[in-house]
Design a protein around this ligand. Sequence first.
Ligand code: B12
Ligand code: SF4
Ligand code: SF4
Length: 376
Amino acid sequence: MNKAGTPSSAQAREGSTGTLDGGKLLELATRIKIWGRELGFQQVGITDTELASHEKLLQKWLKKGFHGSMEYMQRHGTLRSRPAELVPGTVRVISARMDYLTAEAKPAVDLMADPESALVSRYALGRDYHKVLRKRLQKLAERISDETGPFGYRAFVDSAPVLEKALAEKAGLGWIGKHSNLLNLRAGSWFFLGEIYTDLPLPMDIPAENHCGDCVRCLAACPTGAIVGPYQVDARKCISYLTIELKGPIPEPLRPLMGNRIFGCDDCQLVCPWNRFAKMSEEPDFLPRNGLDAESLVQIFGWSEAEFLERTRGSAIRRTGYTGWLRNVAVALGNVDLRQAAHPESVIEALQKRRNHSSDLVREHVEWALNRHNKA
Ligand code: B12
Ligand code: SF4
Ligand code: SF4
């Protein structure tokens, strides 16, 4: 999800307060957490920059090629695992999480049971989280500087080479589960992460403990077997990667396993027992937009590029691009079981209408889908 280039766009101020004593820093850390909640974060924690063990695991992951075509995951060398190399002077990281599941969205399980409907992952139904969290982190940094005077900081939300989950785990926000998402004892895993790198030597929080125990539900539930071992996701098999990050054709053996998941995937989180404790977000920005939680595949396959751009304005879905979107929907249409479909003829018609699309990518996926229905 991170298309980070250089860490340039975050607001920055050089210099530091320098003279805060231990008592004042403790008081400041407490207030930062209160301000964070006032700004809509459910939890804020603080940690240092030491990530040596995670660095090794990241390197192993890269060596196995699990990042696939996400070249940005290896582009930055050790910057991702060494915060002070990315932003010189950083000694602490303020990590924050924000819940995104809303009660208003049509439940994912209902959409899964109806293969003619489009299943968009929960995180992408509302406004693009990068923008939402980044703005709030910026406000948090401004509140800190109102109190302390100018200090060195940079705010990130999946916008630079940052090991967000490892930092959040160390800052006590939750543990990295076997599905590799961060999850929390009282809040499950339906939340985003963002962080502020700072030169303020704030007191640190206690890292969260792992509570996965013997559970392997997420590994068993993954439709494509992308969780190749506990804590290890081979992104090349992950539906989230296939529908969002991958720009070319989706490998054919994986297509039938994708069902109606057209943007991202939530299966490993849906089965996680800790998500029973997930709290609903009251953040208006995360409310489903433009009916994206309840569209039919046939309907959205008919969208023109202008409609696609209109309906996904301000949404993370823009990331996949119009042809990527059509590619994904074509696969989902190919996966509809026509014997159980309420409108089997409209599925075939929709695909046939796209047979001559100008993009090779779209045409190839449409042919594949028609082939599955013996209509090629
Ligand atoms: C690349 C990426 C992806 C890739 C790869 C996923 C991955 N696991 O790395 C793809 C496209 C598949 C993806 C998918 C999703 N992503 Co994503 N993604 C990222 C990104 C940009 C980097 C993650 C990263 O550093 N990967 C590198 C690998 C090495 O990390 P890792 O798999 O977590 O491995 C760690 C541990 O598992 C452990 N480990 C690794 N191997 C081993 C082996 C053993 C034996 C052990 C014990 C431990 C261990 O150490 C590693 C280092 O800490 C982050 C944002 C960021 N900058 O951090 C968002 C981020 C992780 N994604 C996020 C989300 C929401 C998702 C999806 C849920 C979206 C969706 N619904 O489709 C899915 C979830 C899929 C999944 N099960 O991971 C959120 C997660 C929030 C949370 N609660 O954790 C993040 C943090 C973005 C954000 N700012 O909120 N994502
Ligand atoms: S997001 Fe879906 S495909 Fe990816 S690891 Fe989780 S269950 Fe598997
Ligand atoms: S499903 Fe089970 S193993 Fe997977 S993250 Fe949740 S608790 Fe851990």
